[in-house]
Design a protein around this ligand. Structure first.
Ligand SMILES: Cc1cc2nc3c(=O)[nH]c(=O)nc-3n(C[C@H](O)[C@H](O)[C@H](O)COP(=O)(O)OP(=O)(O)OC[C@H]3O[C@@H](n4cnc5c(N)ncnc54)[C@H](O)[C@@H]3O)c2cc1C
Length: 456
């Protein structure tokens, strides 16, 4: 139920982008304006100009500075969330004395390893408002960053395999609509017409009875998101430092004063942790234990095909999701490997399960060859929702616990985390995503599955 003070425009009314942009002051400038530095603006004119020099004179997309002795804010983790946080700190709050420290290369973590599904089809209020806000940021992101993140609103279709599942989708779809989010309930015939390659026959192993469609959902190019935010943050004066691993968090008098890194000590008044599957490791450096487990999630792609699938298809019952990339590869995934791990690779058992699910739904893909598979380290919370909050150490903040679905949150997460760091207090949009909810019992358990991280 809506709570007093929740950031809604009117009680019981939908959230609208116009209110996000101005009425509530959530965005201080319209998306598409005031983005990356004009000196390096990408446009048809700069493309033509650089073509004349055979593309030898493009400026570097971002600098590689040496770390300064100290910053106002240090962000640990150069994935989408860390880079988006740095960008919005500069853009929305004028905080530019910021470094992003990345132990490897930008986007080399989950940001560059995910299946790129973007959606806001949530049932519970905190998730619905937060992810819808993020989706609205996605809709203007390429223009905002002056970088093509290839956001493609091709729709996200959840398949229903039983009448009871259809009823649950009806309830979720209605909740979405009440929150101003697009949702359409489809019959089996409509699903068949939309995705003709699906086996919708009654004799299918998992018969399809209908589906829930979010037409504004879709996919984006994952590493372009990291690069776009990096370039735009750098243009606003943020130092992005790669190959710089944080090894310790130094505290004095109960307060954070900086981080120990492979490039020496770097002082910081505030430290924001955005390290996905390593959230527990970083929090441990400050003496904290998080209700987060690290698990491997794999994904795989087929050889490239001509266009055959123009929407994202998911099945909750089989736990399978598939889309076709712009290169033509079928991108798919399924369950976690099911045991704790920090390895960015997984076992064949899950690959086999994912392929089985693929063929149950799309028998005609049986002759495809799979091209490659990989894994990422997921930060699984006990209720399946993230933690975007101050930690109980002064000057320390956490953005983590994204489970299966943090890519779609990237712009919204960076936006509210920047607000939280700048104001030392959460924005109403992330006020519920606290660490304390695991002690006080106010869980945001979207699937009602309880504390079962491998099921979330
Ligand atoms: C296979 C797979 C499929 C997925 N599919 C989807 C999907 O379809 N849709 C969706 O919304 N989400 C999906 N996700 C989840 C999504 O990818 C993540 O939630 C999201 O990308 C997390 O972004 P991030 O910036 O927090 O983390 P990351 O991109 O992992 O960035 C964290 C960075 O921190 C760095 N780091 C770690 N420790 C340190 C240290 N000590 N010092 C310095 N740097 C450090 C890492 O090197 C890494 O680059 C998927 C994930 C995987 C693995």
């Amino acid at each position: 139920m809506p709570r007093a003070g929740h950031p809604r425009v009117k009680t019981g009314g939908p959230i609208r982008f116009a209110d996000c942009r101005s009425g509530r002051g959530w965005l201080t400038s319209p998306a598409g304006l005031g983005g990356a530095d004009d000196r390096v603006k990408y446009s048809v004119f700069s493309l033509a100009r650089n073509a004349l020099s055979e593309h030898a004179r493009w400026p570097e997309a971002w600098r590689s500075p040496d770390p300064k002795p100290a910053y106002d804010v240090v962000i640990v983790g150069g994935g989408g969330h860390g880079l988006a946080t740095a960008y919005y700190l500069a853009k929305e709050h004028g905080v530019t004395n910021v470094a992003v420290l990345e132990k490897g290369w930008l986007g080399g973590g989950n940001t560059g390893r995910n299946t790129t599904i973007v959606r806001s089809n949530y049932y519970l209020e905190p998730n619905a408002h937060f992810y819808e806000f993020s989706l609205k940021l996605w809709e203007g992101l390429s223009a905002e960053l002056n970088y093509n993140v290839m956001f493609s609103q091709r729709g996200v279709l959840n398949l229903a395999h039983a009448p009871a599942e259809m009823e649950a989708y009806q309830r979720r779809g209605n909740a979405m609509r009440l929150n101003g989010i697009d949702a359409e309930l489809l019959s089996r015939d409509q699903v068949t017409a939309m995705v003709p390659l699906l086996d919708t026959s009654p004799s299918a192993r998992y018969p399809i009875v209908g589906g829930l469609l979010q037409p504004r959902g879709g996919t984006a190019r994952h590493d372009a998101v990291a690069w776009g935010f990096a370039r735009a943050a750098d243009a606003r004066g943020i130092d992005i430092i790669q190959n710089c691993e944080v090894m310790g968090i130094r505290r004095e008098g109960g307060r954070v004063v900086g981080v120990e890194t492979t490039r020496g000590f770097i002082g910081a008044k505030k430290v924001g942790i955005c390290v996905a599957g390593h959230s527990g490791v970083l929090a441990g450096m400050a003496g904290l234990r998080l209700p987060i487990e690290s698990h491997v999630l794999q994904a795989l792609v087929s050889e490239p095909l001509k266009p055959v699938l123009d929407t994202v298809v998911t099945s909750g019952a089989i736990h399978y999701y598939i889309s076709q990339s712009d290169k033509g590869e079928l991108v798919m995934g399924g369950d976690l490997d099911g045991f704790n791990s920090y390895a960015q690779r997984g076992g064949l058992r899950i690959i086999e399960h994912v392929i089985e699910a693929c063929l149950m739904l799309f028998p005609s893909f049986s002759r495809l060859r799979m091209l490659r598979s990989w894994g990422g380290i997921m930060d699984m919370t006990m209720d399946g929702s993230p933690i975007i909050a101050k930690l109980p150490v002064d000057g320390l903040y956490l953005n983590g616990g994204w489970c299966y679905g943090g890519f779609k949150a990237t712009p919204g997460s960076g936006w509210v985390f920047a607000h939280t760091i700048a104001h030392d207090a959460p924005h109403p949009l992330n006020a519920d995503f606290t660490l304390e909810r695991f002690a006080d019992g106010k869980l945001i358990d979207e699937r009602g599955a309880g504390a079962i991280p491998w099921l979330q």
